[in-house]
Ligand binder design. Structure first.
Ligand code: SF4
Length: 281
């Protein structure tokens, strides 16, 4: 696709091919370490679409899931069909519990999120965090499109962490916005047309607006809140053990895998991981 968002933001930068190869290596690592127990949790934003393309393009059997909060834009939901058409993937869609939503709206109103941060977070908890907990039950790893550049709060995002007992992979952590859009241009990745309308980060319709040039990419999320991380709670786990043995293993292995991919060499990932794990205390 070559829409306005691509034209505005796609740019070739130094090290791009290496970053792509590194991300593929991380995805491969997630798939190998967690067969049938890993899921890509996609908000259907452009980063999620890039991750889906990366995994599909390299034959990695990673299922995709999303949270339909009941408040998403029609343009966002339309991507479910695009994903099916493009990659043949049936996205698993998690929804909030209807009864809980009815009770919340009856008690606090349709616009509760604008009343207080606490009510906004309660809405996010019902519509996002709780469905996410159901989604991850029984899974040992998940993949997300977080990037360090997206906001100051995300500046410290690790590529592999332990989050609530599961491995959390952020294969695009080091990508710039230019990297993301250049990848979209290079591979004709379908994306949400709302990105063309200056919405770099797209969430629920009432809580998302366009940003101005130079604004933080996430400034359009919960824009009326003056302070705080502008997060819904999915990425705000309390002091979860970070880095960990897995991340330690990851650095060595991923670099080896990425080099192999960049040089067109087949890498036995399972063997690499096993060898590295044995060597790691
Ligand atoms: S983003 Fe807004 S509408 Fe969506 S769950 Fe959070 S508060 Fe509710």
């Amino acid at each position: 696709m070559t829409g306005p968002a691509v034209q505005r933001q796609a740019r070739r930068t130094a090290g791009q091919a290496e970053r792509v190869a590194h991300s593929v290596a991380l995805l491969r690592q997630a798939a190998v370490r967690h067969p049938d127990r890993v899921v890509q949790v996609s908000s259907l934003g452009v980063e999620g679409m890039v991750l889906t393309d990366l995994a599909a393009r390299h034959g990695l059997a990673i299922p995709v899931a999303t949270l339909d909060t009941g408040m998403l834009h029609a343009q966002t939901l339309a991507l479910l069909l695009r994903i099916r058409q493009r990659w043949g993937i049936e996205v698993e869609v998690l929804q909030p519990q209807a009864e809980a939503i009815v009770q919340f709206v009856q008690r606090h109103g349709e616009r509760a999120m604008f009343e207080s941060v606490a009510l906004r977070q309660a809405c996010c908890d019902l519509r996002k965090v709780q469905p996410m907990q159901r989604l991850l039950a029984g899974r040992t790893a998940w993949i997300t499109g977080l990037r360090r550049e997206q906001s100051s709060h995300r500046g410290g995002v690790d590529e592999v962490t332990i989050d609530d007992g599961r491995e959390k992979f952020c294969p695009l952590a080091a990508w710039s916005e230019a990297d993301v859009w250049q990848y979209v241009a290079d591979h004709d990745v379908p994306y949400n047309p709302l990105h063309d309308d200056f919405m770099p980060s797209i969430g629920c319709a009432p809580c998302t607006r366009a940003v101005l040039p130079g604004e933080d990419p996430r400034a359009g999320r919960w824009w009326w809140e003056q302070q705080g991380p502008r997060e819904c709670g999915l990425h705000l786990a309390p002091a979860r053990a970070t880095a960990t043995r897995a991340a330690g293993v990851a650095n060595e292995v991923v670099n080896g895998i990425a080099n192999g991919i960049a040089n067109g060499v087949e890498v036995d990932v399972a063997n690499e991981l096993e060898t590295e794990a044995e060597a790691t205390p």
